[in-house]
Design a binder for this molecule. Structure first.
Ligand code: THG
Length: 290
């Protein structure tokens, strides 16, 4: 699996001021640390960047490409900032992201800058409600892209993960959608903002939710994920170094009900989290203790 580091983010309390103040130190330090942690892409998230977003993105791209050879994912909803970043970037970027509302303006960047694109399933009326609406949006987006000469292989579909603390049905819908993706749009890749799943939950409870949800989506061929570069166990799982845990999660998704009294503490953590993420048990901040 391709891992995209999420940590170079304008929401961060140290990196936000560094980006706005054009202080390269903390930005380069984070890019180096993410690279050392073993991620495959560095996501550069400057948010909506309404004020001088083009200068900010060009500066961040230049600052980061000085210190890492990893490919960059450019993360902004500001179209002018996106193009400014693509212009100065020396490699083949991942455009994060293009939704139907921005397709006409941004899809031409894919060919012009030899980029790949994340196809964000954010509809013209907002968040899709279920797997079928995600399928429709995927059809729209890929047909439009194909008509512009962009093959499915360059499109990484993002079904938009929403927090478990908000809506279990959306959590389940993304898994169901992932199981349908290759039939809907053969050859398309996929990605997710994995940490979205645990937004709003206590800090120590985020890693088990993130790791377990990633494994659940891996069952259906998840191609990549935007992740916390410093979650070592997550990276191990993605690199195939914890096959017993992956197998346990996948077997539970197929209906197997393991005897919890025979599981190791680590297996138990994953097994309990599968129950929450499949809707078999209700989410509460204390699900791991029950
Ligand atoms: N899809 C796509 N791109 C995305 C998302 C997505 N980009 C942004 C986001 N979602 C994925 N990236 C993050 C980055 C940080 C966090 C979550 C998702 C996060 N950060 C901690 C917090 O806010 O509590 C810590 C921030 C800090 O460093 O201080 O949760 O869905 N295509």
């Amino acid at each position: 699996m391709i891992l995209i580091g999420e940590n170079l983010n304008i929401m961060s309390q140290t990196l936000g001021p560094a980006m706005r103040g054009r202080d390269p130190g903390p930005v380069q330090e984070m890019a180096r640390m993410e690279t050392a942690a073993g991620i495959d892409y560095v996501d550069l998230n400057i948010g909506p960047a309404r004020k001088a977003g083009d200068e900010m993105m060009a500066w961040v791209v230049n600052t980061v490409q000085e210190v890492t050879d990893k490919p960059l994912s450019l993360d902004t909803t500001n179209i002018v900032a996106m193009e400014a970043g693509l212009k100065v970037y020396k490699g083949n970027a991942l455009i994060n992201s293009i939704s139907p509302a921005r397709a006409d303006e941004e899809m031409p960047f894919v060919g012009k800058y030899h980029a790949d694109m994340i196809g964000l399933l954010w509809g013209l009326d907002g968040m899709p409600r279920d797997a079928d609406e995600r399928a429709m949006l995927t059809m729209d987006l890929t047909m439009k892209a194909n008509a512009m000469g962009i093959p499915n292989e360059k499109i990484w579909i993002d079904p938009i993960v929403s927090p478990i603390s908000v809506e279990i049905n959306q959590v389940i819908a993304c898994v169901e959608f992932m199981s349908m993706l290759q039939e809907i749009a053969p050859g398309c890749k996929s990605t997710i903002g994995l940490s979205n799943i645990s937004n709003g939950t206590p800090t120590e409870l985020r890693p088990p939710l993130n790791r377990t949800y990633m494994i659940m989506l891996m069952k259906y061929g998840l191609h990549s994920a935007i992740v916390d570069a410093f979650d070592e166990e997550l990276i191990k799982v993605a690199r195939g170094e914890m096959p017993e845990i992956v197998s346990l999660v996948h077997r539970m998704m197929d209906g197997e009900k393991p005897d919890f009294s025979t599981l190791s503490p680590k297996e138990l953590e994953y097994a309990k989290t599968v129950r929450v993420l499949t809707g078999a048990a209700l989410y509460s901040h204390s699900w791991l203790e029950i």
